[in-house]
Design a protein around this ligand. Structure first.
Ligand SMILES: NC(=O)c1ccc[n+]([C@@H]2O[C@H](COP(=O)([O-])OP(=O)(O)OC[C@H]3O[C@@H](n4cnc5c(N)ncnc54)[C@H](OP(=O)(O)O)[C@@H]3O)[C@@H](O)[C@H]2O)c1
Length: 338
């Protein structure tokens, strides 16, 4: 067991997601915010004032590279735009920092392999920030599945969407190959949740279709992942329809639905499930802050040398299926996954 109780963090960008992560780093019992960087003068300071107004002595850097040289920082959180994740994760690792990187960790499997090699060389921990996995509602769903009440998982349907607001249009004014579009932003959740509930079963193939805008960014997409033996995940994600973050598991003897995968700390988590032989059960679960739970888990694993819940192998497999789905759209055919 480590004698150190708090992991010292630097944040590598003044991104909007800091609204969730910065208070989580501040509130987590085993974590301490010591620095933030932004390439925009004043943006780091403004973010700090807005989301962590009561914390004093947080150092501000006008350049993420300077923050990485700070020997007092042990771990960095990377909230930069998706296409910058792999580069800054590698730079952070080379400075001996542990890394919690926003999803998606990279735009190619090869980049995650390089991250894996570098993390091993520099003996640091790296995790992709799929915060939803730390919400207890998914553990409750796993408990119901493991109890055998609904039988074996045969199908997963996922839907992740929100109507793109004008202020966020820059996310879709660039092509998929440069990190733009819905797949890298919200489609990664659809694939991650489906894989989670099929456990160790490997995806065999993906068929997908998408609508693109004039910049080559996907704005709506749907598809099927083949998990072998008649098990399929159907995914749907869009920037053009109403907000949804849900999945439904259809098993051999019943089913379960998670109604809000992105449940915030003040949003009631609700799941519903039904065995073919019984009544529909609706469970309102305790409120939970998955961002804070994610940070606490990461700190605990680093400080006490425990295995991370989300491995780099998991990040590579997710990226492999994302890339196969994008290839399927481009080539108009089913893509096999080897
Ligand atoms: N886990 C979640 O629930 C969740 C939710 C939303 C997003 N995300 C992920 O988090 C990452 C960041 O998303 P976000 O929506 O927070 O990104 P964002 O606000 O667009 O910020 C991303 C980066 O772009 C730069 N930037 C921000 N506003 C800018 C502006 N007005 N002009 C120029 N540069 C600007 C910042 O870097 P500098 O500070 O260095 O300038 C910032 O770190 C993405 O990978 C996304 O997928 C996760």
């Amino acid at each position: 067991m480590s004698t150190q109780h708090k992991l010292r963090w630097g944040i590598l960008g003044a991104a909007r997601i800091n609204q969730q992560l910065m208070p989580a780093i501040v509130a987590a019992k085993n974590s301490e915010l010591v620095a933030i960087a932004s390439r925009r003068p004043d943006a780091a300071e403004a973010t700090l004032k807005q989301y962590a107004p009561d914390i004093e002595n947080v150092r501000i850097y006008n350049n993420p590279a300077e923050l990485l040289k700070d020997p007092d920082i042990q771990a960095v959180y990377i909230p930069l735009a998706s296409e910058e994740h792999a580069l800054w994760t590698l730079r952070a690792i080379e400075h001996g920092k542990h890394v919690l990187c926003e999803k998606p960790m990279a735009l190619s499997v090869a980049d995650i392999e390089n991250i894996e090699i570098a993390a091993e060389k520099h003996q640091v921990r790296v995790m992709e920030g799929f915060m939803y996995r730390f919400h207890p509602q998914h553990q409750r769903i796993q408990e119901i599945i493991n109890s055998g009440a609904i039988g074996e998982v045969r199908s997963v349907r996922t839907c992740f969407a929100y109507p793109m607001q004008p202020a966020r249009l820059y996310r879709i004014d660039r092509s998929i190959s440069t990190g733009g579009g819905a797949m890298w932003d919200i489609g990664c959740y659809a694939i991650h949740t489906a894989r989670f509930h099929f456990g160790d079963i490997q995806a065999q193939a993906v068929t997908a279709m998408a609508k693109h805008n004039e910049h080559g960014a996907d704005v709506s997409s749907s598809g099927i992942i083949d998990f072998d033996d008649g098990r399929y995940a159907q995914f749907n994600f869009s920037f053009e329809h109403a907000r949804r973050a849900e999945y439904e598991i259809i098993a051999s003897k019943g089913g379960i639905k998670c109604h809000n995968v992105w449940a915030k700390a003040n949003e009631q988590p609700i799941i519903s499930w039904q065995a073919d032989s019984g009544e529909l059960q609706t469970e309102s679960l305790d409120l939970a802050n998955h961002f804070q739970l994610e940070v606490e888990h990461f700190c605990d694993c680093v400080l006490n040398n425990k295995p991370l819940k989300l491995s780099l192998q998991d990040a590579k497999t997710n990226c492999q299926i994302i890339v196969a789905a994008l290839d399927s759209v481009e080539q108009g055919k089913t893509i096999k996954i080897n």
